[in-house]
Ligand binder design. Structure first.
Ligand code: E4P
Length: 232
């Protein structure tokens, strides 16, 4: 099914990895590793990239086949829809990102039903907000776990609550764990059963690290050198 035609994106069973950046070099590197299912950007990440949103988003979409979230910056419904039209024209895999406001939810519903495009509802900090986004037909809900942790609460508790609510009613909205700061966030999200994590490039790459892997590999290579053999 073509993403552009998708009224409802079929939920996949495997956890997906999105990278939270607009840095083309980093995106290409992760894509080449075969680790990338999608990309999330936001206005702050576009600022950091130094590029123009349409050009940067196009470059990302040329690399990654999966959903690439590009965020509207209007706060009023009609203006959001006008921006959504512009962003949607960039590429078929652009996922329109809207904020979790009443206008944003209205835009979500309209983009899903009329434009038939993916929508990522962002800046989610409560289970009730996630419930509203699912009711509005969001493809993805983005709860910001790191920013919740920063306030002294537990961001992962919110992921658990949303998982329970969505499963209670079989909502198809995918839980996109956002504002990920640590490898432990990724593990916790996977244990809870979040559908997606979006993490900075360094966090995704750090998932591979373990000192015993390094130590074990060094020992194997040292012993192998002593055999004097070659493979092939
Ligand atoms: C993703 O969609 C969000 O924009 C992002 O994860 C926010 O992360 P931050 O809290 O580190 O800025």
């Amino acid at each position: 099914m073509c993403l552009a035609d998708a009224g409802r994106i079929p939920k996949e069973t495997a956890m997906k990895f999105f990278v939270d950046t607009a840095d083309i070099k980093e995106i290409k590197e992760l894509h080449d590793l075969g680790l990338l299912d999608g990309v999330t950007t936001n206005p702050s990440l576009i600022l950091k990239s130094g590029g123009k949103i349409a050009e940067v988003t196009k470059q990302i979409c040329d690399i990654v086949e999966g959903p690439v979230s590009a965020e509207v910056v209007a706060t009023e419904f009609n203006q959001m829809m006008a921006e959504a039209e512009v962003l949607a024209k960039i590429a078929p895999n652009v996922c329109i990102k809207v904020p979790l406001t009443l206008d944003g939810l209205k835009a979500c519903k309209t983009i899903r039903t009329e434009m038939k495009r993916m929508v990522n509802v962002t800046l989610c900090f409560s289970a009730n907000q996630a419930l509203l986004a699912a009711k509005a037909g969001a493809s993805f809900i983005s709860p910001f776990v790191g920013r919740i942790d920063d306030t002294g609460s537990d961001g992962m508790e919110l992921i658990s609550e949303i998982r329970t609510i969505y499963d209670n009613y079989d909502f198809k909205t995918e839980i996109l764990t956002a504002s990920v700061r640590t490898v432990n966030h990724v593990k916790q999200a996977a244990l809870i059963g979040a559908d997606v994590v979006t993490a900075p490039p360094a966090t995704l790459k750090a998932l591979v690290n373990h000192p015993l892997t390094d130590k074990g590999l060094a020992a194997f290579l040292a012993d192998w050198a002593k055999t004097g053999q070659k493979i092939g």
